[in-house]
Design a protein around this ligand. Structure first.
Ligand code: KG4
Ligand code: ZN
Length: 339
């Protein structure tokens, strides 16, 4: 029997629903982004995000079923993100999933959002080729997004060891904040990457937080360093300054991410590296990871890097096969980790 799972994801500012077959074949993948709404605040406004989820969840799920050309009766389970994320946002998706599962008589599968980012690599991605079928564990996963910077040793399906993570800002958050300082817009990652293409990373000397002996990261000092340099300038700031600053900042983040990932891959004898999360869409990060490591480095199509529900349905499939079912008392876990 072919297992079809409806995935629901509302952990941050994307209301998303998707239908995935056997954890690999994407039948539909609908994402309603609130990025434009939050752009005016320069970051995600939690209260607004949860209200928008309430408005969008029903049409987004309807659209996902319609695009997959299936009805509720064709589904085998509903997989939903229960953490980590913003409490008010997580609650909308979780309660909708619970209500639907109850009414439609479907099993409910709890999914850790970070595991979703990981299992995005099992989805069939066409030209880029997925990790599925090619992977031998252990592998090292770097999950870098607006909310997370996690370095994970994946020993097997569902077996993780968290090696380290950010002590302050997430990598994507740092991109967003620096983009705001440089007046480049929101979300900041793509804007900084674009500006950096015209800049010289060596033109401005920025620090790198190596935190020796750990696999942890810290980006708040870098952010402050950017601000200090910026404050020394008086208007009008030459255009080339912004491009150079974007390039120098990006190089600092990429250097630390890649060096620690490469070190972990070596120490734990990894057979491959998986890059996931919104920041993994960054071309400089992808290029540097491939240049630094001889191991296969798997990356994703952009829609599968950023938050989406196909990855939740994908991870949900593996959980479903392992017999994981949530009771009606399943609650959100905003601080959930991958262990
Ligand atoms: O995975 P995601 O959609 O949401 C979270 O779970 O947070 O990641 C969004 C983050 C934002 O901070 C955005 O600025 C960053 O990913 N991002 C990028 C790029 N595209 C998105 N950062 C650097 N370079 C990019 N090209
Ligand atoms: Zn995410």
């Amino acid at each position: 029997m072919t297992i079809r799972i409806l995935g629901i994801e509302t952990s941050c500012d994307e209301t998303a629903a998707a239908v995935v077959e056997e954890g690999r074949m994407i039948l539909s993948n609908v994402v309603a982004s609130q990025a434009e709404l939050h752009a005016q605040y320069g970051g995600v406004f939690p209260e607004m995000a949860s209200r928008m989820h309430v408005e969008s969840i029903v049409p987004v799920v309807d659209q996902a079923l319609a695009a997959a050309h299936i009805g509720w009766d064709d589904l085998d389970a509903i997989a939903v993100t229960y953490g980590p994320g913003l409490p008010g946002s997580l609650l909308v998706g979780l309660n909708f999933a619970k209500g639907s599962a109850l009414v439609k008589g479907l099993p409910l599968v709890p999914v850790n959002h970070l595991e979703g980012h990981l299992y995005a690599h099992w989805l069939q991605t066409g030209a880029e080729g997925s990790a599925d079928g090619n992977l031998r564990f252990p592998v090292i996963a770097l999950i870098v997004s607006g909310g997370h910077t996690e370095l994970i040793l994946v020993q097997d399906y569902g077996q993780y060891e968290r090696l380290g993570g950010t002590l302050d800002d997430a990598a994507g958050e740092a991109f967003d904040k620096v983009a705001r300082m440089l007046k480049l817009g929101y979300p900041g990652g793509p804007a900084v990457e674009h500006a950096a293409k015209l800049g010289n990373p060596a033109a401005i000397d920025l620090p790198r937080a190596w935190l020796p002996g750990t696999y942890d990261f810290s980006f708040s000092g870098l952010k402050t360093a950017v601000l200090r340099v910026l404050q020394k300038y008086t208007e009008p700031v030459p255009h080339s300054f912004y491009a150079n600053m974007a390039a120098a900042f990006q190089a600092s983040v990429v250097d630390v991410l890649v060096e620690k990932t490469a070190r972990a891959a070596k120490e734990f004898g990894a057979n491959a590296v998986l890059l996931s999360g919104g920041v993994s869409a960054n071309g400089a990060l992808r290029d540097a990871a491939r240049a630094e490591m001889t191991l296969p480095v798997y990356t994703l199509r952009k829609v599968l890097c950023t938050d989406n529900a196909a990855m939740i349905a994908g991870a949900g499939f593996f959980r479903f096969q392992a017999g994981d079912r949530a009771g009606w008392d399943l609650d959100i876990e905003p601080g959930l980790q991958l262990t």
